[in-house]
Ligand binder design. Structure first.
Ligand SMILES: [Zn+2]
Length: 466
């Protein structure tokens, strides 16, 4: 049997092997990656789908996976021997469609973090799939060179070619791949400031890039697990619409393909109690790798289990900076991952105090976001004319996060206490904050800060503060 060049390609093959259907394939529960020998893994799916039980095994080249990572190619270096050009077009269309649907659902709202990464990953995958088609085209200068019949060996591939011949011209492939990358970059530049955070301090202050309005009202978007997306869309042709002309940008770092390299069930138990994904990410921000970086591929979150009461999620991946493994498991109540319409709250109104971060950490988070808000305010004050909508939106987000973090800290204040008790601190971070800035722990200071930030937020004409 032919082997996949990469784990990502193996997942695509698995997806194409299972019959067409409505259900989501539950890869998280039923797919595992086993090491066979020094040369290959086997991606094995053994589980139910559409009422049947399927077992599919796809060998994956370890060297191919390594080479693809080094080359920054999602699905592999060279031409696929597993998935034909027609099938790649199916995959391309499905991912592009998924990204479009995601954006449509968002409307003018800003995405939650998981949605953001899912859409970003879908554009990446669509562009990579298009470029897989390009590898089958004859290597000449002719923009409309014919693709050889040998590029289609599957029934699906041949049917696709039969109905969509023009999709296999180089000009179409290159144009659409460029379009997907543009859409991806556009999304990243609009929303990355909301989600890019680094060790200790949330790096939300990076408002120099976004160019479009980011609105904060985010309603009804439950946290959705990212992961191998589900290209189950029918083969609707989707001619992309040209968008407004764009300013040139600096090149982007290629993202790592998502590739779980361990059996998905071999993960640590004892999940930590969390209330929202915002709280989880703040926790991860505050607990960087030994090298100091808090960044690792968090979009590779895995849902380990999900029942009526609880969702257990697992974050696992190499540190962006030094490659050391990062692994964290959390449990959340079974409900949307952030309070509907309030993406900047760290808990639901009915929740008690955090069990993940202590009050010293919450104070520090509040002060960090407040400081970023001050920086943006200074920049806006120095600029003449109408404020940039992206700056305005980022500012609203920072102030709302500041207020939310201060609220979390104040939950630890006993009713009659004037100071947050030291006994409420359980983390080294929190104790260090207390040592350096004891005044931050006073009720008067917290109340005053909260009022100030809430007033700033109100002046911006939003209803984010409460
Ligand atoms: Zn590291």
């Amino acid at each position: 049997m032919t082997e996949a060049r990469t784990v990502a390609e193996a997942y695509v093959h698995l997806e194409l092997t299972l019959p067409e259907g409505e259900d989501r394939v539950d890869y998280r529960r039923y797919a595992t990656l086993h090491s066979v020998d020094d040369e290959r893994w086997v991606l094995r799916f053994a589980g139910p789908y559409e009422g049947e039980w399927y077992v599919v095994e796809v060998p994956v080249s370890k060297a191919g996976t390594q080479a693809a990572q080094e080359a920054g190619q999602l699905y592999g270096v060279g031409r696929s021997t597993l998935i034909d050009a027609g099938q790649w077009y199916v995959i391309e269309s499905a991912y592009a469609g998924m990204a479009e649907v995601g954006l449509d659902q968002l409307g003018d709202a800003s995405p939650d973090e998981e949605t953001y990464w899912v859409i970003l990953g879908a554009w990446d995958a669509a562009a990579a799939a298009a470029m897989e088609i390009e590898k089958f085209l004859p290597p000449d200068e002719d923009e409309d060179g014919e693709i050889p019949a040998a590029a289609f060996w599957s029934g699906l591939g041949r049917r696709t070619y039969g109905t969509r011949r023009d999709a296999f011209r180089r000009s179409r492939v290159l144009r659409d791949a460029a379009f997907y990358r543009e859409r991806r970059d556009d999304l990243q530049h609009r929303f990355a400031p909301l989600f890019d955070r680094t060790a200790g301090v949330p790096e939300t202050a990076r408002v120099d890039r976004p160019r479009q309005s980011v609105r904060e009202a985010l309603a009804g978007l439950a946290a959705r697990p990212s992961g191998p997306a589900q290209p189950r869309e029918p083969l609707a042709a989707r001619p992309p619409q040209p968008r407004e002309p764009r300013e040139p940008r600096e090149p982007l770092e290629p993202r790592e393909p998502r590739e779980p390299l361990e059996p998905l069930d071999a993960v640590a138990p004892s999940p930590l109690p969390a209330r929202t994904y915002g709280e989880i990410h703040t926790y991860l921000d505050l607990r960087p790798c030994r090298c100091g970086s808090a960044q690792f591929p968090r979009s590779q979150m895995t849902v380990l289990s999900s029942d009526e009461q609880m969702v257990v999620v697992h974050y696992d991946g190499p540190c962006d900076e030094c490659g050391r493994p990062r692994t964290h498991t959390f449990r959340l109540p079974q409900r949307p991952g952030s309070p509907p319409g309030e993406p900047h709250r760290f808990s639901y109104p009915e929740d008690g105090p955090s069990e993940l971060l202590d009050p010293g950490e919450w104070v520090a988070v509040g002060q960090a976001y407040g400081g970023f808000a001050d920086d943006v305010l200074a920049v806006m004050a120095a600029e003449a004319g109408e404020p940039d909508p992206a700056e305005h939106a980022a500012l609203v987000g920072m102030l709302a996060l500041t207020v939310s973090a201060l609220d979390e800290a104040m939950k630890f204040l006993p009713p009659d206490a004037e100071v947050l008790p030291s006994s409420a601190l359980w983390s080294d971070n929190g104790r260090e904050v207390r040592r350096v800035s004891p005044e931050w722990f006073e009720r008067g200071f917290l109340a005053e800060q909260r009022l100030k930030r809430w007033e700033q937020l109100t002046e911006l004409g939003t209803d984010q503060g409460r």
